[in-house]
Design a protein around this ligand. Structure first.
Ligand code: NAP
Length: 314
């Protein structure tokens, strides 16, 4: 099978196509023929070696978390899926292996793909939308009529976060550049802060939840946007934020959380349902054939993509 690998950390050009044996599913696993994958910033952060302290540094390395495709083979004890089922999911992003013609999925990493979406749109969902869902729901427990501020509102995570927050009944203030104001409104944002015209930290408003996917400013600056009892959730961990967060958990009504996305089949099922009810629509920035994974990474590294970057595989 064709698979994207790299032999050293470095620029996008280290990515290359290789020919590997098709993997065999173990008892509870499923072999998926991948039709589309998607790029997430974590992919190029690992590729650059930025996470070398926590990943296995053996080469060659494989890459990619998101996939949508068709079940080709199931392990001997697997009962949930059958050959021919159309599925989507997310493999462990640290070990990434979804930029490939075939991927092995474990039970919690896979669900039936939305019927209303094609493979490319379905592949756009898992990592980014799971992040958005888990970040808004799990710790801050976003409730109807709450007011949430979302930075990076037209990025991969933000574009799902705006839609999910609206679905949960919240009022959404989106933070984006001038160029992304229209798309943020189309995604459902009620109010827009154009960060090119106004510093978000100068806004004279208070929110129940601040979901920060950009982390341009430290929590010490963002906290002025928070109500007395409220939550700040970020996708970008920092040691100072973590220690500060622990202290604040003990002494303040302003809670700070760092989200860490997990593959959860029930959450994939929830996202499929939203998509099939027409309440969640992936925003697609661009599509590249698998062999142009390096170009797709270059696009993602600009930080300017409108939603998700797709790799078409089949
Ligand atoms: N912890 C986790 O589990 C987890 C999971 C998923 C993602 N992440 C991390 O979360 C971050 C966002 O991921 P993503 O997939 O949404 O990335 P993305 O698709 O590249 O989106 C980034 C967004 O940031 C905005 N942006 C860039 N520079 C900005 C600035 N100076 N001020 C304000 N906004 C700015 C961009 O919008 P404009 O063009 O409008 O500037 C863009 O919409 C990444 O660092 C990723 O690694 C973490």
């Amino acid at each position: 099978m064709k698979i994207i690998v790299y032999d050293q950390y470095g620029p996008p050009e280290v990515l290359k196509m290789a020919g590997w044996d098709k993997p065999e599913p173990k008892e509870n696993e499923v072999l998926v023929k991948v039709y589309a994958s998607a790029v997430n910033p974590i992919d190029w952060k690992v590729r650059k070696g930025l996470l070398r302290m926590i990943v296995n540094n053996k080469f060659p390395k494989t890459i990619g978390a998101d996939y949508a495709g068709v079940v080709e083979q199931t392990g001997a004890k697997h009962e949930k899926f059958q050959e021919g089922d159309e599925v989507f999911g997310m493999v462990e992003y640290i070990k990434g292996k979804a930029y490939a013609e075939y991927v092995i999925a474990r039970p919690n990493e896979i669900y039936h793909k939305p019927e209303s979406l094609d493979f490319e749109e379905s592949a756009a969902i898992p990592l980014a939308a799971l992040t958005a869902l888990q970040a808004l729901r799990d710790q801050p427990k976003l409730k109807k009529d709450q007011h949430v501020l979302i930075t990076g509102s037209a990025g991969g995570v933000g574009s799902f976060a705006v839609q999910i927050a609206k679905n949960l009944g919240a009022s959404v203030t989106a933070v984006c550049s001038t160029e992304k104001e229209d798309i943020s409104r189309q995604l459902g944002a009620d109010h827009i802060i154009d960060y090119k015209k106004q510093e978000v930290t100068d806004v004279n408003e208070r929110f129940d939840i601040v979901f920060d996917t950009v982390a341009k400013y430290p929590f010490s600056k963002m906290k002025k946007l928070m109500k007395r009892k409220s939550h700040y959730v970020t996708t970008l961990p920092s040691a100072s934020g973590y220690i500060g967060g622990l202290l604040r958990k003990l002494f303040s009504g302003k809670k700070i959380h760092t989200t860490s996305v997990k593959a959860v089949a029930d959450d994939l099922a929830f996202l499929k349902q939203l998509a099939d009810e027409g309440k969640l629509k992936p925003l697609i920035d661009s599509k590249y054939p698998l062999e142009q994974a390096a170009e797709a990474h270059k696009r993602s590294e600009t930080g300017k993509a409108r939603g998700k970057i797709i790799l078409t595989v089949q």
